[in-house]
Every structure is written in structure tokens, then in C-alpha cells.
Design a protein around this ligand. Structure first.
Ligand code: ADP
Ligand code: MG
Length: 740
């Protein structure tokens, strides 16, 4: 009888062939780097054998977050192994991961080229396969004694001894040991919890729970039926024990209707949770900041607008109205202001601050780098101090005396606006009446830092514990719609979708670094005709020292070559005062060519600069290139960005550079960036919505977000009790992430 025909009755106990100690630590599907079990941690705990009492199995499950039957039932496989068939040894193909079976006819320990155990098996057709073990125990040698029939599964290789498997998963079987009829699930796990143990625990839970449908009839009919998905229990059973004839590909890549059902449930939970958090904000208190009529002569916003040398764009007016309206409410605003590089977010922030100050509160503006914070300080001082507003500057580099003065101004309320870096959220900083918190380039900050700034408002609370300041978060990294909906559904979003008038589009050129001389000639020409130039030094991720050295060398060569120009250098290691001095000189056009590292990436604003050269552009990410390029094209002169590259280019580098040449639209660039990199890396610091997803992934399941959102709205309106039940089932402890 050929081996492959030996499909027998189902096995009650799932085989634990996949259970060898070498099984790598699994990561739950759909999670990004930040979410999963860290392999390093798992390894550590593996190395340390439990010297004291070994952890109880239940404790180990709890560590995986599996505390109740429902948790277990919803702990779904991340992949499957097909152990339903046996491939005869004669049909094994190198490169495949396959299961086969044979009887041991040789078992020996070889010492050359190194110590190893070689076990040879032969099947009924007489074909042979070598099993090779580089690490092994005496018990294993015995387990695979001559005459034992072994069922093995592993990667087939064409080895020195003919076909072989290295460290296959295996178990001794009888001639009539049945094959499983279903695909074998492989669960996300962690060191010390075996697949066999998990399977048993999950199967037990599956027998105990009934997993009733929680979605109201009306919701199912409206949102589930069109998706053509099975009932919940059915879906869960299919995923834990798929039938051998299931569409294996769909099960593995997550497109099977059973997965769709689960992902919909999960996305629904996420949307419900985010929307609830959003509603819950309405129950917290924040200072109401009435908008003065702009006819009142003392109205700060009105005086500010009058003093501006230009008019707001339509888009700026719209977002200002959105923000101003929300600041008048006695609940905390939590708004994301997104607008492409150069779209004019700073003025919008200044107007929001003016409204807070007018209402008698303090505002704080935090930026991720000292250069950017400094520039904001200079700009906002220029706008607001002539109108009588007191602005304080707070950064790590301040001298003790200056710092004390700034702290005092914040604590006494003497400073109406405090601008600075992370220094603002340090413990020593207190505010008298903080009412509005503005965070620029918010994606550069983690949730924790934003929370810390928010916590500074306690003094304005008049003893009310649930009091919060309004928050305005600004970002020039536009977020594609699906991402915005899943990651930021608890925020309101205002978007500036228009650039100030009079900007001429930036022309982007790709130039091989073989033409460096030519590029330097262009720089000279531009500078001599009164334009200013940025020269961005190559990014060297492995070594900051090397990067610094390169920057200094680039500066020296350029200064020597371009003697007729005044050349400046700015990099991250300069003392803040030096940095500020160089930037000042550049702003005043005393420096024509500024050699810089990526410290100029965010926010720097010198409208007269209209040529940018980026060296080794192929090393930068898309978002970074877009940010850098956004430093030019800010004035009326036609701007050029030269992306110098060194070949050969990788596929992704090529597509990044092409994208840069083809478009200057930040939204389009963000969309392509998402395509190239995937959402995990795209967002940088972890956002609240992300941590809630185990099964759904934004790359593949974006199409489910719209129906999930619609269903969430509907449920919140009509079935509040069902909402709570659904959240408890799907999120449990996970919802705490949202409290951020
Ligand atoms: P970003 O959105 O990148 O932070 P900024 O706020 O730095 O942009 O603004 C970019 C430049 O455009 C600044 O020089 C700013 O003064 C100018 N600007 C902003 N709004 C307008 C407007 N409505 N008309 C003309 N120039 C504007
Ligand atoms: Mg900005």
C-alpha cells in the first residue's frame, strides 16, 4: 500500500510532532514589532532553567493572556501544518517542508566533520532518508532505535548523504497509527508552553464554552450577512480544527471567511472602544475658552491676524474655526492637525494659543528638537510679544539661572505661553493655569510624553480630578485614511489641504553621485545669484560618530571648493547656542550654503532657501526625504531638490527615489510609503489603537474597517448593552491601552 494513501481515521489527540524544543518562539499574527512576545526575552527565560519551583502550566497560560475559556477559544492559530498526508520518501523534493514516514535501519553517532547523530529511515518502497541531529540527548538516540517506525516532518535538503532532514519534528508511530484529518493548528506561544499543551487546553475550552453570538440580530443582518461569513462558533471551530479539505491557502493567508468573521468582530471591538473613549472625553472637564468677538479691540486673535503680513488660506481659516469652536467647550479637545510640510500649521497653533491666553489660561508648545522649538519660539515671540504676550523658553540647554526664571514664570502664570522641548514635561515644571497643550510633529513623541504634558494641567483644575487641558497635536506626516481611522479614531482630525499661495512647485532631480562636480557648480551659481542652499549629508545609521565625521569632511571640502561663499555647518552634536548661531546666520542670509545633517529635517523654515542637495538620498526613508525637501519651496523662487544617489540601487530605494521625483503631495507619498513599508514602521511611536489588534492587519484587512465603523456607530446608538459585552469578550484587558 503506498504511504500517501494511508489516510486513516482521525486522531483524538493532536500529534505533538511539531513540538520539538527547537520550535521558535511564535509571534501572534497581525502584530507588529512592538506587540509580540519579544524573542530576546523568551530566550533569556529559556536559558534560566527554573531553579526553584517550575511555573505552573496555568501560570504560563496566564502569561500568554489566557485566563478564561473565552481567552483560550479566541487564541487562534497563527498558521497550520498539514499532517494529514504522508509523502513517500521517493517523492520528497528538496526545499519542501513535508511529512513522511519510515523505519529506522541505521542509528549512529558520527564524529566527523563534527559530532552528530545520523538516523537513516527507509519506507515500504525501499527509499531512504537521513535524519541529522547536531544536538541530541541519549534518550533521543534510544527513541530512534533500529526497527522503530518514525513519522517525521521537516525541510527536505539534498545533503552529503543524499536526501536529509536536519532536526525534523518526529514521533514514533505504529504501522496503523492514523493520520489527523484536519490541518494541525500552530498557536502563538512562548517559551515553556508547548503546542501540545496549548492544543489540549484550547480543545478543552472549546468543549466547555458555547460562545453565543453577541451581536444583535439587526446588526448581524445589516453588516455580517453582506460579508458572507459563518457564525461565530462555526468560524472558531473551523480555525482551530479546519477540515482537511478546507482552502488551506485562505486559512494560512487569513482570507478564509472564518477569518473574515473573526477580524470583523475584532475591528468592531476596536472601533467601539475608540469611539467610546472619544465619547468618554465629553464627560471630563476642561477650561472653556470663549471666543471673543473679533470686533472687540482687545481681542488678541484679531490683533494678531491684523498684524500678519498675509491672509490665511481657506484651509487655514477652516481648521482655525474647527479648533476655536472646540476650545469654547468645557470638555478636553484632542485634535490632530495634519497638514503637509509648509502648509502653515504654526499660525494655526499660534491662533489657538491666542484664544487660550485671551481666556486667561496658559498655553504650552512642545517640539521634538531644540532647533525646531527655538524656531517656534522666535516666530511666536515675533508675532505675540508686540501684542503684549509674555513668552517663556524652556530647553535642556538653558543655564541654571535662566532655567529657574523660566520655571518660575510657568509656575506663577507670568508666562502666558511656554515654548520648548521635552524639557517642558520634566518633573520640576509646573504651570499655574495650563489650558492648552500643543505638540508639534507629534509622531516624534510617544504616548507617554503626551500624557505627561497633559498631566501638567492639574493646577488649573481648581481641585477637580478629572480636569484636562485641551490638546492640539500637529503632524506633517499625513496619515492615509484607513490608518487614521484605526489608529486615531479617538482623535478628531483637522486637515490643511492647501498650501499658501505663491509657492512654486519644487523640481526634484535624481543625479548619480558621479556628477558631484556638476552639482557643486550648480550650488555656486545659485548662491551667487542670491539664493540659499542646503546640503544634506549622508545618513549613516550604524554610527553617529561616522556620520558626524562625514558631515565635517563634507563641510571642509565644500568650504574649500566654494571659497567665494560663506558656508555653515549644523549637526546634532553642536552645543545649542552654536546651533542657534548658525541657524540665525542662515536665516539672515549671512550664510549662503548650509551643510547639515538631518537635524534640519523637521520644521526649519528659511523661505529664501531654494536649492537642496541630499547626498546618498538612497539611504533615507520616504517620509524623511519629504520632510527634508519641504525645507525648500517656501518662498516665491522656483526651488530645486537634487537627490544624489550612489548605485547600484535596491528595488525599494529605486521606488522611493522615483516616488520623490514623481510627486510632492505628502498624502500620495504617505500612501506609497505605507505600501513600501507597512503600517507598523510607518507610524513610529506606538499609537493607542494599534495595540488592540491581534488578528486583523491594516495591510490586508483595510476593506473591513468601513463596515466595522458603520456597525460600531449603529451599535452605540441602539444597543449599548451589546457594546459592553462585545468589548469584554474581544478586548478584555487590552482596552487599557486606550486610556492613553
Ligand atoms: P508647517 O505646516 O510645515 O509647519 P509653517 O507653519 O512653518 O509650515 O509655514 C510655512 C511657511 O509659510 C512659513 O514661512 C509661514 O510664515 C508661511 N505661511 C503660513 N501661512 C501662510 C499664508 N496663509 N500665506 C502666506 N504664507 C504663509
Ligand atoms: Mg511645522
Amino acid at each position: 500500500m503506498p504511504l500517501s494513501d494511508r489516510r486513516l481515521a482521525s486522531v483524538p489527540d493532536a500529534p505533538d510532532a511539531a513540538d520539538d524544543p527547537g520550535t521558535p518562539v511564535a509571534k501572534p499574527r497581525g502584530r507588529t514589532k512592538t506587540g509580540g512576545v519579544e524573542p530576546a526575552e523568551a530566550l533569556k527565560s529559556q536559558k534560566k532553567p527554573a531553579a526553584s519551583a517550575p511555573a505552573k502550566p496555568a501560570d504560563k497560560l496566564a502569561k500568554l493572556g489566557l485566563k478564561s475559556d473565552i481567552d483560550l477559544v479566541l487564541h487562534l492559530p497563527m498558521r497550520y501544518e498539514d499532517e494529514t498526508t504522508l509523502t513517500p520518501i521517493g517523492e520528497l523534493i528538496p526545499g519542501d517542508n513535508t511529512q513522511t514516514e519510515g523505519v529506522v535501519f541505521e542509528n549512529e553517532i558520527a564524529y566527523r566533520p563534527r559530532r552528530q547523530l545520523l538516523v537513516k529511515i527507509q519506507d515500504d518502497a525501499g527509499d531512504q532518508l537521513t535524519l541529522r541531529f547536531l544536538n541530541f540527548y541519549g534518550s533521543q538516540v534510544k527513541q530512534m532505535a533500529v526497527g522503530v517506525r518514525l513519522r517525521v516532518r521537516g525541510d527536505v535538503r539534498g545533503g552529503f548523504f543524499g536526501l536529509e532532514m536536519v532536526h525534523p519534528a518526529l514521533r514514533p508511530v505504529d504501522e496503523d497509527t492514523p493520520l489527523p484529518q484536519a490541518l494541525t493548528p500552530v498557536y502563538p506561544s512562548t517559551a515553556g508552553v508547548s503546542q501540545a499543551y496549548l492544543r489540549k487546553a484550547i480543545d478543552g475550552a472549546l468543549k466547555r464554552v458555547s460562545l453565543p453570538e453577541l451581536l444583535p440580530e439587526k446588526i448581524s443582518r445589516a453588516y455580517l450577512e453582506p460579508l458572507n461569513v459563518p457564525g461565530l462558533l462555526d468560524a472558531v471551530n473551523t480555525l482551530h480544527h479546519p477540515r482537511a479539505d478546507s482552502d488551506e491557502t485562505a486559512l494560512v493567508d487569513g482570507t478564509h471567511p472564518a477569518w473574515t468573521r473573526i477580524k470583523f468582530e475584532e475591528l468592531l471591538a476596536q472601533q467601539l472602544s475608540l469611539k467610546r473613549a472619544h465619547e468618554e472625553r465629553r464627560t471630563r472637564a476642561a477650561p472653556a475658552m470663549p471666543r471673543r468677538s473679533i470686533d472687540e479691540p482687545e481681542c488678541l486673535s484679531a490683533r494678531f491676524l491684523k498684524a500678519l503680513p498675509f491672509r490665511l488660506t481657506g484651509a487655514q481659516e477652516r481648521v482655525c474655526a474647527e479648533i476655536a469652536g472646540e476650545l469654547t467647550l468645557p470638555h478636553p479637545m484632542q485634535r490632530l492637525l495634519q497638514g503637509d510640510v509648509g502648509s502653515g500649521k504654526t499660525i494655526v497653533a499660534a491662533l489657538a494659543a491666542a484664544q487660550a491666553i485671551d481666556a486667561g489660561y496658559q498655553a504650552a508648545l512642545m517640539a521634538p528638537t531644540e532647533i525646531l522649538a527655538e524656531q517656534h519660539a522666535r516666530k511666536l515671540r515675533g508675532w505675540l510679544e508686540p501684542l503684549g504676550v509674555t513668552v517663556a523658553w524652556l530647553a535642556g540647554s538653558l543655564k541654571a539661572k535662566e532655567k529657574r526664571a523660566a520655571l518660575e514664570a510657568a509656575a506663577s502664570g507670568g508666562a502666558q505661553l511656554v515654548i520648548g522641548t521635552h524639557a517642558i514635561i520634566q518633573d520640576a515644571v509646573e504651570f499655574a493655569r495650563l489650558g492648552l497643550v500643543i505638540v508639534d510633529e507629534q509622531h516624534r513623541f510617544g504616548v507617554a510624553q503626551r500624557l505627561a504634558l497633559r498631566a501638567k494641567a492639574q493646577n488649573a483644575a481648581d481641585g477637580r480630578r478629572d480636569f484636562q487641558p485641551h490638546q492640539l497635536m500637529m503632524s506633517a506626516t499625513p496619515i492615509p485614511r484607513t490608518l487614521a481611522m484605526t489608529y486615531y479614531a479617538d482623535l478628531d482630525v483637522s486637515t490643511i489641504d492647501e498650501l499658501p499661495p505663491g509657492r512654486t512647485p519644487i523640481l526634484t532631480k535624481l543625479v548619480s553621485d558621479a556628477r558631484r562636480e556638476e552639482v557643486i557648480g550648480r550650488v555656486r551659481e545659485a548662491a551667487l545669484t542670491g539664493r540659499q542652499v542646503y546640503w544634506v549629508c549622508p545618513l549613516i545609521e550604524e554610527s553617529e560618530t561616522l556620520q558626524l565625521q562625514t558631515a565635517v569632511e563634507t563641510y571642509e571640502t565644500l568650504a574649500a571648493t566654494l571659497r567665494e561663499l560663506c558656508v555653515g555647518l549644523v549637526h546634532g552634536r553642536l552645543a545649542p547656542a552654536e546651533k542657534a548661531a548658525v541657524m540665525d546666520a542662515f536665516t539672515r542670509n549671512e550664510v549662503q550654503l548650509l551643510v547639515a545633517t538631518t537635524v534640519i529635517e523637521v520644521g526649519v523654515d528659511v523661505p529664501n532657501a531654494s536649492l537642496m542637495v541630499i547626498e546618498h538620498a538612497e539611504r533615507f526613508g520616504l517620509a524623511q526625504l519629504h520632510q527634508l525637501r519641504g525645507r525648500v519651496g517656501r518662498g516665491s523662487a522656483a526651488s530645486v531638490c537634487v537627490l544624489m544617489y550612489a548605485g547600484p540601487l535596491s528595488q525599494t530605494a529605486r521606488s522611493r527615489l522615483q516616488t520623490m521625483r514623481e510627486t510632492t503631495d505628502g498624502f500620495e507619498i504617505a500612501r506609497r510609503d505605507l505600501e513600501i513599508r507597512g503600517p507598523g514602521e510607518f507610524l513610529g511611536a506606538r499609537q493607542s489603537g494599534e495595540a488592540m489588534l491581534r488578528f486583523a492587519s491594516l495591510e490586508n484587512d483595510g476593506w473591513l474597517i468601513d463596515p466595522a465603523r458603520a456597525a460600531a456607530d449603529h451599535m452605540l446608538k441602539e444597543f449599548p448593552d451589546a457594546v459592553t459585552r462585545h468589548l469584554t469578550r474581544w478586548l478584555g484587558a487590552r482596552e487599557q491601552y486606550l486610556k492613553a
